[in-house]
Design a protein around this ligand. Sequence first.
Ligand code: M6R
Length: 613
Amino acid sequence: MCGIVAYVGQQEALPIIIKGLKRLEYRGYDSAGVALIDKRGLNVYKKKGKVSELENHLLGQGDLHSTIGIGHTRWATHGEPNDVNAHPHYSSSEKFAMIHNGIIENYDVLKTDLKNRGYTFQSETDSEVFMKFIEDIHKNNNCSLEEAVRLALHKVVGAYAIVIMNIEEPDTLIAARKGSPLVIGVGKNEYFLASDATPIIEYTNQVIYLDDYEIAVIRDGSLQIKTIENVETNPYINQLEMELEAIEKGGYEHFMLKEIFEQPRSIADCMRGRLDAKNGRLVLGGLRDYMNKFQNADRIIITACGTSWHAGLVAEYLFEEFARIPVEVEYASEFRYRNPVISEKDFVIAISQSGETADTLAAIELAKSKGATIFGVCNVVGSSIARATHAGSYTHAGPEIGVASTKAFTAQISVLTMMALMLGYQRGTLTESKYVQLLNELETIPGKVERTLKMNPNIEAISAEYKNARNFLYLGRGYNFPVALEGALKLKEISYIHAEGYPAAEMKHGPIALIDEEMPVVFIATKDNSYEKVVSNIQEVKARKGKIIAVVTEGDTVVRGMADHVLEVPDTAEAFVPLLSVIPLQILSYHIAVMRGCNVDQPRNLAKSVTVE
Ligand code: M6R
């Protein structure tokens, strides 16, 4: 949460920073700010609201020319979203300014101590305390600013990615990280720092991912990285493979719609080079060295949050069906504090689009400390989770900018499906002929997603009928139960309509009391093992005059005769249905949110990567 950008070089810093902040706005949009050094000194400009509010504010500030600057877009943790709590934060002397992404857990103790020694605070933030704590060490130890940063990092508890500017060194940026991401773009005599690579990609494809407990000092055109123990490191320069188009809207009104429509391609990209159905081959490179452990695991534990947790639930069905290994799916936030029973015989899969989710990272560290093998399924290359796990497979969905996760979900399920098929085949719980048949079917999924997307206009029309509903129920069974949860999450997070997902059979244990003519119920009733049972549940809702929107298999006539609206998805293997049945639910939530005037890509109170617990 929160996005940070910084630049030092020969170009004008402000336009680079503003553009970068817009790219990072998905990480938080409560306020935005920049600090620049020019003839007038080190000046901070900040404003509550989006980056566009900051731009308006900057219009009244005269010519702002600077070749060094830092910028921040905030998701509020300590202190309400307002101008004062916005970053950057000055030191007391106003000689330094700092941007911070993360949370300082012991800020209260530090603040009390600083206050007792005469410091005053303008904001309610932990970040201002952090800045003034560094300033205090600098003053008391009579040391350089970078040494003060290093000493301070030994004392602060929590997570941070920080960048600091110093009026006395107008060609220098000092940065550090622990727990929050920081990428350094290396240009020709210029450097770009950011929370992810999207603000950097149009200037350079050479990047360094700063590691936890590392401090980077960029001074006079050269970069030095050392640990907080003062040991110099030799950074590895990665080549970014991201294309600029991947982070632009490409003619779509919203990123979310673009990302929904990208799914035929993102699923195909995820399978490319891994699945070769014609030759009966499926290889996930990341699993190769760990296949033995995976195959012989006593148990698979899946840990994740939000949509990624829903993908984990789908995987529970997949692994148990194909590989016959017991699976537990855990909310990372619960798992990390529950003192769970974990051993070296457990294979833990951590799923995360951003690769930065704080709870998932903490769950990984806990499972690691108990000796389990940890496998990551991440989308963002080089992210913290990708680097904290023993091995992993990237989802290759490309950048997902909309806060509501769509293409990442189907790419996660694609990777997990391939893992389950490989595992079942290796363990002999899947016969060769069934395996080959499933590989062939899996290869048809991108085309079937493409066909499913053609329902868009139809779903838009249905959305208009239900846009004012106050509640929604989503019901499904088996593989479609996690899809029901995901459909409900998509609707509530972007349209602010209250929605619940349930296993369809649970309806009669409580939620049925809610059904009346005002209640839209979305059934996922594709032709599978529980189809007949779901049809009975549809009857029960109909008898109580609920409005029925049903996702069915193409050609279904039974549900068509009962439902108010049907949305058809192509027939496929039962295990692959979530890859298709979730698509109409994504589209439904998108249109309803747009019709309600909601900010689809940046829903209120949310951020794309949740780096606080
Ligand atoms: O980046 P992650 O996959 O770890 O994020 C997990 C959740 O925060 C995320 O899926 C969230 O629930 C999305 N807003 C759902 O659309």
